[in-house]
Design a protein around this ligand. Structure first.
Ligand code: MEV
Length: 439
């Protein structure tokens, strides 16, 4: 297994597969069949997917589900979700229905500023550098004109560039810290192109600047890259209702439920071990919509968790309170999303997902995604503080276990019926399958 290969990317798809199957699967036909089983029979569509990345050998499916009945700012939505976890779409749908009957979700975008930085080393003092920066700042912006003109026509572009002194942390380290408005685009390519141009102009101008010594002229650009930390690209989503309306189940007292729910949120606000799981549940909803709409879930994840730690302790992204007998539950998160560019006009399912959402602007998508996160958290906390999470989770997971045991449709029907009135755990399902098969 110590074989290496050069020129792999230049091989045809079928030669790549042959090499993989020969090297890692002992030429086993089964491996080749699995790889090919996931090819799309539509050759053009398959080629589109092949060309998204390098070295594609097949497609990787995730279920694409829909959670209906989301009332957001008085508009109805069926939210597309791409996710493998059994209970997520069901939980979102339940929460949507619950809040639909209580006025729905309210969401608003608080800000849309994105950030990028040129990180560099300067061998001199800050005041000297700052004087230079002030003289070249307008040239930095001017030099990006070919990149920014279309974005500017639509009302976006570069908002500002600041010089930041970071020498307290690293000797000679400074930044050009730039802010951007990228409208309906996520803006990664736009921002990175602007930053690389800033870096180039900054270096060129430094070489010509009379106020610098020879050493100072030699600015060492380390890198130019957008930041996925976007604390000023924020969206807020909220639900509220009178405390007395908070339960559907007559055996659950709404006041007690509200108090317990709020305690659960408070625990996640102060206890990082709980906060991580609490926020993971929120990301179940968020990632699923981000993925279905062709956005970069890794960027969203990184930015959201950084935001959750902004006060020096990793904390809950959601909050809850009771005021004048009204229960309030809300989320505030940074989301840099796009509804144009990237995969949005390229991937047929992404296009369909966006159409399903009435072709939202980036701001509208931010609201929808935040709502999906809040709904998911509501569903999780409601289960956790009442029945416990396993009841609902195992109901949904039951099908996975049945499939693992290759249950027939008849066996599935019998066991689904059986587990409506019995507790499903992995071992109880296995036992029930065995019992059924022994009959
Ligand atoms: C499971 O994917 C998510 C939960 O653990 C979230 C939570 O505990 O709040 C149920």
């Amino acid at each position: 297994m110590s074989k290496s290969i050069s020129g792999f990317s230049k091989l045809s798809k079928s030669h790549k597969i042959d090499w993989i199957v020969a090297t890692y699967f002992n030429n086993n036909d089964n491996a080749k069949n699995i790889i090919k089983q996931y090819w799309n029979s539509n050759i053009k569509l398959q080629q589109l997917h092949d060309e998204f990345i390098e070295n594609t050998i097949t497609n990787y499916y995730l279920p694409f589900g829909v959670a209906p009945n989301f009332l957001i700012n008085n508009k109805m939505h069926a939210i597309p979700m791409a996710i493998e976890e059994s209970s997520v779409v069901a939980a979102a749908s339940k929460a949507a229905k619950f809040w639909f009957e209580r006025g729905g979700f309210k969401a608003e975008v608080l800000s849309t500023t994105k950030v990028g930085q040129v990180h560099f080393i300067f061998h001199g003092d800050f005041p000297v550098l700052n004087t230079f920066f002030k003289t070249v700042k307008s040239k930095l912006i001017q030099a990006t004109q070919p990149i920014t003109k279309n974005m500017e026509k639509r009302g976006g572009g570069i908002l500002d560039i600041e010089l930041r002194d970071k020498t307290e942390s690293i000797d000679g380290y400074f930044q050009l810290h730039a802010t951007f408005e990228t409208l309906d685009a996520m803006g990664a390519n736009f921002i990175n192109s602007c930053l690389e141009q800033f870096a180039k102009t900054f270096r060129e101008e430094a070489l010509l600047y009379d106020g610098f010594s020879e050493k100072e002229k030699d600015i060492d650009v380390i890198m130019s890259i957008l930041s996925n930390y976007v604390p000023n690209c924020l969206v807020r989503a909220e639900v509220s209702c009178p405390v007395k309306d908070l339960t559907e189940d007559p055996s659950i007292n709404p006041e007690e439920f509200a108090k317990k729910f709020i305690q659960a949120v408070k625990i996640a606000e102060i206890e990082p071990f709980r906060a991580v799981t609490h926020n993971k549940g929120i990301m179940n909803g968020i990632d699923a919509v981000v993925l279905a709409t062709g956005n970069d879930f890794r960027a969203v994840e990184a930015g959201v968790h950084a935001y959750a730690s902004r006060n020096g302790i990793y904390s809950s992204l959601t909050h809850a309170k009771i005021e004048n007998d009204i229960f309030y539950f809300w989320i505030e998160i940074p989301l840099a999303l796009g509804t144009v560019g990237g995969l949005t006009s390229l991937h047929p399912l992404v296009k369909l997902a966006l159409e399903l959402l009435h072709n939202p602007t980036a701001k509208e998508l931010m609201q929808i995604v935040a709502v999906a996160g809040l709904a998911q958290n509501f569903a999780a906390l409601r289960s956790l503080t009442t029945t416990g999470i396993q009841e609902g989770h195992m109901k949904m997971h039951l099908m996975n276990i049945l499939n693992q045991f290759e249950a027939t449709q008849e066996e599935k029907n019998t066991l689904i019926e059986y587990f409506k009135s019995h507790t499903a755990t992995h071992s109880s399902v296995v036992e029930a399958i065995n019992n059924l098969r022994e009959q």
